[in-house]
Design a protein around this ligand. Structure first.
Ligand SMILES: Nc1ncnc2c1ncn2[C@@H]1O[C@H](COP(=O)(O)OP(=O)(O)OP(=O)(O)O)[C@@H](O)[C@H]1O
Length: 312
């Protein structure tokens, strides 16, 4: 195992905000930490990073307690974490120094990432009439550009373990794709990533293993494909040029949703779906879509925490 999180617990006064959370990561790739607002994701990530004290449990990286000496870790925090009044270049060099990156290496990485993320003009202010324009401070940047600088800070040490707390929140579609591309590249470099996100399609795109938290506890854990398989193929999407609502109901299938022309149905399993398809064909009902699939992560998430997620 590369990362082992064993029974971590955190209390604030009497309130237990993370309770006995355990999971492990064996192979490179992205591990997802999901949960409703206040479920304890950020707290757990900060405990894993060693930024926050814990009331119990262990975090091991390659067999040793995870700390900044034995692990090269990068962290993109959910909230903005730049110093508002210092120049961006100074801050990036400072983060690099904290993580023992030699200045020359740090400079070449800053140049690479500022190009890649199109933030050159903020980090290396251009010359106007021979004079360098005053360097930008963090509080003069848009939210998305601050996020880019924080991503640069997270990646400045070329970390082996990368912790991304809501990395895509607040980004426009173009920058979302840019960040996703960078995440894909880090995966291709065999990095270990832990990502928290409320965007279920993003989790489905990147993550093989997940933990869903609710009120500080893990309520569902495992391989996403296996979890989906365990639910079975019970979601049927049918689209027809004609009105078939009563036809479906007469067959004894439940309609869970209807959008223009398309019905979302809940079937008992593949057998019932196939019997329904056979009947549609026999009765010559014009069908333009017939798709049977497992529940989405969104549906699984709602089922697991939908009624119970209110903060204590
Ligand atoms: N310093 C603190 N003192 C007291 N309670 C805290 C403190 N920090 C966090 N909490 C509480 O711990 C719980 C978990 O918070 P956390 O930020 O880890 O949740 P989260 O899953 O990351 O939520 P979100 O998705 O909204 O970011 C919440 O109920 C929060 O109010």
């Amino acid at each position: 195992m590369s990362l082992i999180v064993k029974n971590i617990t955190k209390k604030y006064g009497d309130k237990v905000v993370v309770e006995d959370l355990s999971f492990s990561i064996e192979n490179p790739g992205v591990y997802a930490l999901l949960g409703t607002n206040g479920a304890g994701k950020t707290t757990s990530l900060r405990i894993i990073l060693g930024m926050l004290s814990k009331d119990g449990g262990d975090v091991l990286w390659k067999g040793k307690t995870l700390d900044t000496v034995n692990a090269n870790v990068g962290y993109l925090a959910e909230e903005r974490g730049l110093y508002p009044k210092y120049s961006l270049l100074d801050q990036l060099l400072y983060f690099a120094k904290l993580r023992n990156v030699p200045k020359k290496t740090a400079m070449s990485r800053i140049e690479y990432w500022s190009d890649r993320l199109s933030v050159n003009e903020y980090i290396f202010p251009p010359k106007v009439k021979g004079k360098t324009v005053k360097a930008n401070k963090a509080d003069q940047l848009s939210k998305g550009n601050q996020q880019k600088i924080q991503l640069m800070a997270a990646l400045i040490s070329d970390p082996e373990l990368i912790i991304l707390d809501e990395p895509l929140s607040g980004l426009d579609p173009v920058n979302t794709e840019l960040f996703k591309g960078i995440i894909r590249e880090e995966i291709a470099k065999d990095k270990f990533l832990i990502m928290s996100s409320h965007q279920m399609p993003v989790i489905e795109e990147f993550c093989s293993d997940i933990t869903i938290m609710n009120r500080g506890k893990a309520v569902l854990q495992g391989n996403l494909n296996e979890i989906k398989k365990s639910y079975g193929r019970v979601n049927l999407f049918v689209k027809s040029d004609v009105e078939i609502a009563s036809y479906i109901e007469n067959f004894g299938i439940q309609i869970t949703n209807k959008t223009p022309g398309e019905y979302q149905l809940k079937v008992l399993g593949e057998e019932q779906a196939m019997a329904f398809l056979t009947k549609l064909i026999q009765d010559k009902i014009p069908i333009v879509k017939f798709e049977l699939r497992e529940p989405s992560l969104h549906e699984i998430f709602i089922e697991k925490v939908g009624d119970t997620h209110d903060e204590k």
